[in-house]
Design a protein around this ligand. Structure first.
Ligand code: ADP
Ligand code: GN1
Ligand code: MG
Length: 365
């Protein structure tokens, strides 16, 4: 075991335990996540450790303050419910009582108790999973509606401001830092062709037609744990980007990551599809979870939100490709371009089906 792992493990309030495992885990693009096992009296005691990407999350104090407030609120709401300990993540404090620690090399780490008997999925296997994931995210939204205290910190300003993401793409294109613009002309053209859609949701918000809420902002399918036995969406995880936002971006990212049977970085674009049945399951789950807290306008915009966020994330992958892969972790050459192509193909598949998806939402209104 490398010394840095022992040093990190020693910083948390985990006592009388022998460290036996500290391995990379999951498939996130930003932080480094590890599964960490200690032995206590011959039994495994399992944790998730995460090295926070401080290039992106520049203020870990604010980050962990948001997360701690939200988790405290969730814990209070879940008190007394069956299986309470598995229904929200539980942070392990560092020895100094803070919810994260800094190692001598300046890196920031946090730790959670591992929730066993549950799994995350990168690709949806059944419509029931879509329903369960959406219900969990809807319920999470509902649970945060009455979070007391001040407005949460905006951890990454303009995180889901699509016009601002479009402006970032234009800057990346003008700078062409990595000299790659010629490798992605069709994607650049597509990005420009549908740029009209970028301001739609923020304009509605500015006109007062969409409410600001406390939102998760990274509702990928693999950010909810589904129970291995019952299939229930048991726990929403990956709370880094919880902040004020629009619930439509939360719904939209579930559409982006569930509605197609293809992976986010699939290179065979013929596999990218928009499945109406999955979309219906997402709507049913989200509405049930949110227990009627969505407005009529929010409901009407559910299909469009899937299109918009898929476009937005595609723009971000494209901008990062142009910048030379400085934001999202990549595992192969052209990885960000592949991801962009998959997103832009899904935008097209969703646009072709928009009328059908609007009709699905009407079934619930
Ligand atoms: P990232 O920012 O890297 O996406 P996540 O917080 O989503 O980090 O964690 C990565 C993966 O680790 C998740 O997809 C999930 O499989 C697993 N995971 C995270 N937290 C827990 C937990 N408390 N219990 C069990 N598994 C977890
Ligand atoms: C990143 O960390 P991860 O993999 O859950 C990104 C999201 C993107 C997503 C695309 C803080 O999420 O915004 O939608 O990749 N997170 C951040 O897969 O930028
Ligand atoms: Mg994640």
């Amino acid at each position: 075991m490398e010394d840095f792992k022992k040093a990190v493990a020693g910083q948390f309030r985990i006592d009388h335990a022998e460290l036996t495992e500290f391995e990379l885990y999951g498939s996130g693009h930003i932080n480094e996540t590890y599964r960490v096992v200690f032995k206590v009296n011959g039994q495994d005691d399992v944790y998730i450790f995460q090295k926070i990407n401080t290039n992106i999350f520049r203020n870990p104090d604010f980050l962990m303050e948001n997360m701690s407030r939200v988790l405290k609120h969730c814990e209070a709401k879940l008190a007394g419910k069956p299986d309470q300990a598995r229904r929200c993540i539980h942070l392990v404090p560092a020895r100094d009582g803070k919810m994260f620690c800094r190692t001598p090399d300046g890196s920031c780490w946090r730790s959670y108790h591992f929730i066993g008997g549950a799994s995350t999925y990168n690709i949806l296997e059944t419509e029931e999973q879509a329903y369960q994931a959406a219900r969990a995210f809807g319920a999470f939204q509902m649970m945060l509606a009455d979070l007391p205290g001040e407005r949460l910190h905006e951890i990454i300003p303009n995180f889901h401001n699509t016009p601002s993401r479009y402006a970032d793409f234009e800057k990346a294109l003008a700078a062409n830092k990595a000299g790659r613009a010629d490798l992605c002309r069709p994607e650049i053209e597509f990005a420009k062709k549908v740029a009209w859609m970028a301001p739609v949701l923020v304009d509605l918000q500015a006109k007062g037609e969409l409410p600001e809420r406390i939102t998760h902002n990274d509702t990928k399918l693999n950010n909810v744990l589904l129970d291995d036995k019952t299939g229930e969406g048991i726990c929403v995880i990956d709370l880094d980007t919880i902040m004020p936002g629009l619930s439509l971006y939360d719904f939209g990212d579930m559409v982006r990551t569930s509605v197609s049977p293809a992976a986010e970085d699939e290179t065979d674009l013929s596999k990218v599809q928009a499945r109406t049945g999955v979309f219906r399951a997402l709507v049913r789950g989200f509405l049930e979870g949110a227990q009627g807290c969505l407005t009529k306008k929010e409901m009407e915009m559910l299909p469009f939100s899937g299109i918009l966020i898929t476009y937005e994330i595609g723009l971000r992958f494209l901008a990062d490709f142009l910048d030379g892969d400085v934001y999202f972790r990549t595992a192969r050459p052209n990885h960000n371009l592949d991801r962009c192509r998959t997103q832009f193909t899904l935008v097209q598949r969703l646009m072709e089906k928009e009328a059908e998806l609007n009709a699905v939402v009407k079934e619930f209104m």
